[in-house]
Design a protein around this ligand. Sequence first.
Ligand SMILES: [Zn+2]
Length: 233
Amino acid sequence: MSKITQFSTIGALMAGYFHGEAPLSAFCSHRAFGLGCSAGISGELTIHDGRVHEATAGETLHCLSPEVEIPFVQVTDFTPQQEHVVMSITHENVEEQLGRFIRADNIFLAVSISGHFDQLVLRRPYRADGSSRSVNDVAAAQKVDRHEAIEGRLIGFWTPELFGRVSVPGFHFHFLDEASVVSGHVLEFSAPEALLSFEEKTTIEIVNPSSKAFKALEIDVGALDEMINRIEK
Ligand SMILES: [Zn+2]
């Protein structure tokens, strides 16, 4: 399937619309590949073979059941069109490395990078405790962990700049290690050798929230762009 399906948008999420609203079961088939976040931005979700792993600071990695309602998810069926063994791939040169194989400025890609990472920096939020918190509160209090020598896979998407309020522009990667115990939003990575796989996605299907609260939400679009770049990239 050449389609990315998502619930809500990164724009709505960053505008503070992050309570759980859509059940995972509506989006995650048994083959689902993708990412998201859980209600209240309590965890970063990494979705692999339909299993939804929630990474929350201070908690062991666990799977969410299909009826759990989430504020944002982006998934697809991943069937790589191209696979390349690449050397010395890092968060700093990944765009250049990908550019050797495909011109991606205006297209969506599902992307996987798997291998042995010698450096990996992951971010996880703390669980919402019931008190109201803003996106900035969540961002300020996240836990950043540095891993060395870890086997696993980056799972994510490349989004063209043109769609930067629908999804995080550029690369957005989450990580899942081989043993399914380490996961989170990827800030930095480095692998001496890895398998870079990707698939072009020509269709993006967005299920927009439909609640009264969403209809009443006021979004400062200018401030939003700044926030998406600062918090999600
Ligand atoms: Zn993320």
